[in-house]
Design a protein around this ligand. Structure first.
Ligand code: NAD
Length: 254
């Protein structure tokens, strides 16, 4: 991965795939603006690597995001790559989650993606170059018990990114909508109600996801399914949704 002289903005950079992306982009020669609400985690991501600069910001705060983007472009230069990875994933039956939590999941996972995209993409389009990578999930295609609020937020990311791509294709900017199955990162620890379906699907390595993103950006593929299982699950959802629901009810026991 060669990113010499380029500038990347990564959200969710204090953990998981955001952290790994930040380190990989920096190792490829980019200057990385690492964004997260977790200040201590951000410092750990960068360590003593001066190419990774922490910006503590809540992605749900649109004016703060816009101001942070202005600062990054003033300090590091125009942004060439965005990785929108910030998210939360508390799981529970919908009626056991209060409205504030359901709305907060949407505000971070979808609203945060919107806020960063709207702050960065116009500049990329003006320059006629850049990569916009939005993290959705297989959960953005396949609704399942306990994941309703997270599902809704990821369905929204898929729709937003697909339309955005079609409204701006052939303008020099590459788009990717990343749809992984479970990935071995701290996010999975938030699955408090322990949906049993998670035991059925082995978590893949975060490196596999990041490799798939680079490969599919090169190939010009919008939807990134990092492994066969992810693509297969989406195929079954499209063609055999009742079979999937039958299996989900059987596994979860209700
Ligand atoms: N891990 C998985 O199983 C999996 C599967 C499919 C998709 N994804 C998606 O991949 C992306 C990366 O997930 P991960 O597994 O690395 O998660 P993670 O939990 O390891 O990291 C998420 C980061 O987002 C940050 N964050 C949360 N709220 C924020 C806010 N309001 N503002 C700024 N930062 C905030 C957290 O502090 C954390 O550092 C997410 O969009 C996630 O939904 C993950």
């Amino acid at each position: 991965m060669a990113f010499h002289g380029k500038v990347a903005l990564v959200t969710g950079a204090a953990s998981g795939m955001g952290r790994l992306s930040s380190r990989r982009l920096a190792a490829g020669g980019a200057r990385v603006a690492a964004l997260d609400v977790n200040d201590a985690g951000l410092r750990e991501t960068g360590g003593d690597d001066e190419r990774i600069r922490p910006y503590a910001v809540d992605v749900t705060d649109a004016p703060a995001v816009a101001e942070t983007v202005r600062r990054i472009e003033a300090e590091l230069g125009p942004i060439d790559r965005v990785m929108n990875a910030a998210a939360i994933m508390p799981t529970e039956r919908l009626l056991n989650q209060d409205a504030d939590l359901v709305n907060r999941i949407m505000a971070i996972n979808y609203g945060g993606t919107v806020n960063v995209t709207l702050a960065v993409l116009p500049g990329m389009l003006q320059r006629g170059r850049g990569d916009l990578v939005n993290f959705a999930s297989v959960a953005g295609w396949l609704p399942t018990l306990h994941f309703g609020a997270y599902n809704a937020s990821k369905f929204a990311v898929v729709a937003f990114t697909e339309v955005l791509y079609h409204e701006n294709r052939n303008a020099g900017v590459r788009f990717a909508c990343v749809c992984p199955p479970p990935v071995a990162t701290p996010l999975l620890d938030q699955a408090k109600s322990q949906p049993k379906v998670l035991d059925q699907i082995p978590a893949i390595a975060p490196e596999t996801v990041l490799d798939a993103i680079e490969r599919d950006l090169e190939r010009g593929r919008l939807m990134v399914f990092p492994d066969r299982n992810a693509a297969w699950t989406v195929w079954i959802r499209r063609h055999l949704p009742r079979l999937l629901w039958w299996n989900i009810h059987r596994v979860e026991g209700f």
